[in-house]
Unconditional design. Structure first.
Lengths: 309, 250
């Protein structure tokens, strides 16, 4: 068996076994941590789609996460508590917003792209924090988690597996899209935009769609998070959150199959492990990030899985 | 009079006070191999960029098959049938030689909004890609990442990629630059075999290659066309001789 397949099998096994082990060892706290990690991994997978494969470094993805979260919280507090419908609505709203942001930002590249996505995200942050109907600085609290027919989302273990199944589905979908004709154009445009244009590709259209899809899936992650915590807050949209997503991606390894998952896990575990020891856990994270980056461009996935990551 | 494939009508391009293209009018006939030569800095690459649509002239028009394409963007010109190669390698470095050609084949289809099937395993892209690599003599290097190919191999791959587009007009920007002696001979033979099958605009420094290949030659100097004619005609032109001697560059 190839090293990449072994890594994939072990990661899947660990993620499936985790809540069982946590329940048996009476450590339900770890289920809560793991649920958030898996949701983060979904957002980072979506971010990787444009950063790792498309070369579009977005510093505004927290906005899509927050929009997804607020869509769910708003729908739920307005009396619509169907999880599938609310999640679909969250995907739709964040896709719309990403389509708008993408239409402007994909015309730029490099630092300008970073700045434009950041600017849009800041607008979202101040909008959310300022609108009374969305709870202002306090955010929007839901009385109960949304419901899904036949599946008891209120049970944390079941919720974890729902989220894990969604992550697995999107890792698969994103890998297929990246290997298919669409992803080939996006990757080509990252390596050589002039070439892609000279071949006749309307590069901006492909980038725009990639950006929109990425924003939509990040919105879904936000929706899952809001339903899990039963709250949406403005700080979800801060640029620090966008930065965290990028840190997870670089730590885990951009443009690798398992990088987003490794990055989210490493980031979350470090935070939980160190936050009790020192307030300056970011200092340790920073040092680790530097080491991983210096060791090679492909992050933890590159270190663990090797060149096939 | 043969039909005109590509024409520029009094085009100008300036950067500040510097006229890099100065009132250039060229008519390139259908299936002609038209070489553009001139000293360094004469504006050859800038002219090619305007034909390809990467740059837009400040004034004047560009026509393709009688249609004004001056305002049509580069990607759309490629779709109309104007392909180009680059002097500086712009191939996709992480892709293999075969991937690069397959990408060009994919570009010929109406769109690439396909999200599931692996593009690396589509026989409709892979088989013609291998055939094109064989045509330029790169079949043994099909699986090698473009970044590790030699300079001369990049030149061969550039041509395979352009041919994959089945263009009506092929713009070649110094296709022999950096190629070794043997590679050059192969490339010249390859270009010779293309001659007459499509319209080719060849920007090239290698005068022997131009003599061997070109139906007609235009000489650029200081952004201006100072002579157009057969190789022998421009070689004997006193203005051309002065430009080359004055420019100091063969």
């Amino acid at each position: 068996m190839r090293r990449a397949n072994i890594a994939l099998a072990l990661t899947a096994l660990a993620l499936v076994a985790l809540p069982i082990v946590a329940t048996l060892s009476r450590q339900p706290f770890w289920i809560s941590v793991a649920t958030e990690l898996v949701i983060d991994a979904l957002a980072v997978t979506a971010l990787d789609f444009i950063v790792g494969y498309g070369g579009m470094v977005s510093l505004g993805h927290a906005a899509f996460f927050a929009i997804g979260a607020y869509t769910v919280a708003f729908a739920s507090t307005s009396g619509h508590n169907s999880a599938p419908l609310n999640w679909a609505l969250a995907v739709f709203v964040s896709a719309l917003f990403a389509a708008g942001v993408g239409a402007v930002s994909v015309r730029t590249s490099g630092v300008f792209f970073i700045m434009i996505t950041l600017a849009f995200a800041q607008m979202v942050y101040f909008l959310i924090a300022g609108v009374k109907a969305l709870g202002g600085d306090d955010g929007l609290s839901m009385t109960a988690r949304d419901v899904m027919p036949g599946i008891d989302l209120a049970n944390p273990v079941i919720y974890y597996f729902v989220v894990l199944a969604i992550l697995a589905a999107f890792v698969l979908l994103s890998q297929r899209a990246i290997g298919a004709r669409f992803g080939t154009v996006v990757r080509a445009a990252k390596q050589s935009e002039r070439r892609a244009i000279a071949l006749g590709f309307d590069v901006d259209r492909y980038r725009w769609l990639a950006f929109t899809l990425s924003g939509a899936v990040t919105g879904l992650a936000g929706a899952l998070f809001a339903d899990y915590q039963r709250i949406a807050t403005p700080d979800m949209a801060t640029w620090l959150q966008s930065g965290d997503l990028l840190v997870m991606l670089i730590l885990g390894g951009a443009a690798t199959l398992l990088g987003p998952v490794f990055g989210a896990i490493a980031f979350g575990v470090l935070r939980v492990a160190l936050v009790g020891v020192t307030d300056h856990w970011m200092l340790v994270l920073g040092a680790i990030l530097i080491l991983v980056v210096l060791a090679g461009k492909r992050g933890l996935a590159g270190l663990i899985v090797g060149p096939d990551a | 009079m043969p039909e005109i494939a590509l024409a520029t009508r009094n085009i100008w391009k300036s950067y500040g006070a510097l006229h890099v293209t100065s009132d250039v009018s060229l008519e390139i006939a259908e299936r002609e191999l038209h070489a553009v030569i001139g000293p360094n800095g004469a504006g050859k690459t800038t002219l090619l960029a305007q034909l390809g649509g990467e740059l837009r002239p400040d004034r004047g028009t560009i026509e393709f098959g009688g249609r004004d394409i001056t305002r049509i963007r580069a990607f759309a010109r490629a779709r109309l049938g104007i392909a180009r190669t680059f002097q500086i390698t712009t191939l996709c470095a992480d892709f293999t030689a075969e991937d690069n050609v397959a990408l060009a084949l994919q570009a010929r289809e109406r769109h690439s909004f396909r999200f599931w099937r692996s593009a690396r395993h589509e026989p409709a892209l892979r088989e013609p890609a291998r055939a094109l690599l064989a045509r330029v003599g790169l079949e043994a290097r099909a699986g090698i990442a473009s970044r590790v190919l030699s300079h001369g191999e990049h030149r061969q791959l550039e041509i395979a990629v352009a041919l994959a587009l089945e263009p009506r007009v092929l713009l070649l920007d110094e296709p022999l630059a950096g190629a070794g002696v043997d590679e050059s001979a192969n490339l010249i033979a390859l270009l010779g075999s293309l001659k007459g099958t499509m319209t080719i605009v060849l920007v090239e420094h290698d005068v022997d290659a131009v003599e061997a290949l070109a139906d007609r030659v235009s000489v650029l100097d200081g952004g201006r066309v100072i002579a157009t004619g057969t190789f022998a005609q421009v070689r004997d032109d006193t203005g051309v001789q002065r430009a080359y001697l004055g420019g100091g560059d063969g």
